[in-house]
Design a protein around this ligand. Sequence first.
Ligand code: PLP
Length: 390
Amino acid sequence: MDKIYLDNAATTPLSEEVIDAMVGIMKTNFGNPSSTHSFGQEAKILLENVRRQIADYLHVTPAEIIFTSCGTESNNMIIKSCVEHLGIERIISSPLEHKCVSESILEMKNRKGVEVNYIRPDEKGDIDLSKLEELLKASDKKTLVSLMHANNEIGNIMDIKKAAEICKAHNALFHSDTVQTMAHMDLDFSDVAVDFASCSAHKFHGPKGVGFAFIRKSTGLKGIITGGPQERSLRAGTENVAGIAGLGKALELSLDNMEVYAGHIQEIKDYAIERLSMDIPGIKFNGRSAQKNSLYTVLSALLPYKNPLIGLQLDMKGIAISQGSACSSGASKPSMVMMMVLSEDEMDSCTPLRISFSHLTTKEDIDALVNALKEISDDLVIEKTNAEHR
Ligand code: PLP
């Protein structure tokens, strides 16, 4: 059975070119970038080239890019260091954030007594930025605002340029979790006044275990992992040289092909919306995910029946898909994001399904998903009819 992968918001398959680049580096460039001899310097040059490449993409300076192990580490570092080192007394965020952001904020509330204000999204999952302005006006406390760029479950995109302008106007620092948009969209941080952002290579066909944090120099943020002077003393520990080479190659491929990939994926997403709407009566789409102004890689569907086993049943039919984000899909209760966008009735009687695409996804993959869903719902109807006659 050929397996079908529709969980690209959780992670993406590594590109062949990325694997080749990493293997090449592992074989030939094993030096420690902090060593002063030629082996070390060769590794250091590689790191600095990738750092420059990222900085060019984001229109920032290379010194503002700090390599980390993943998106989770970048977000933890930014939020915790803002409290530990920059005197942040209040954080404004929303219930839509990824757990690595929401748990970091909660930890700062519990351990450091930071005040936390949440902006509740509307039923479409949008954040009303006038509420951000109201909250900022209401207090003089030193504030960090943490609002994600694109939501990993429903694909809503937030206007980070406008959010950043509001934060600047009120002297607040602004962090945006950009893990789902880095390398998928053009980002220009010379025009968007965001102070901190995050990236994870495995979301765009790079390796796991490597990412970076964007830290605007003017903020003076310090690191939280102490040790050697790596990464301008902001993140101690020998860098993952092969991983960073893989990140660089994956970024290069994504940027070179962005228009083509985005066009293809949007076409696949439109096809999925059309086929699902036609073949699964009563299906709905959550948040803004079925609209053109959403993240093109994510479609959040709501099946018109309750079936907590849907992920398992699809997996048995060779289709890998998740019901929410990868870190909450194993949990039995609905995710916070779903609680925000679904009514109680929908939560009791429907099943969310997150379909997420890459440039490798085909229309045949979508046909297979639709057919599998039809088989599963037909089985449900037969079971229900049998139960009624028993
Ligand atoms: N932020 C968002 C929006 C994500 O989707 C993810 C991963 O699912 C992360 C952060 C965490 O990234 P990583 O898996 O690199 O720790």
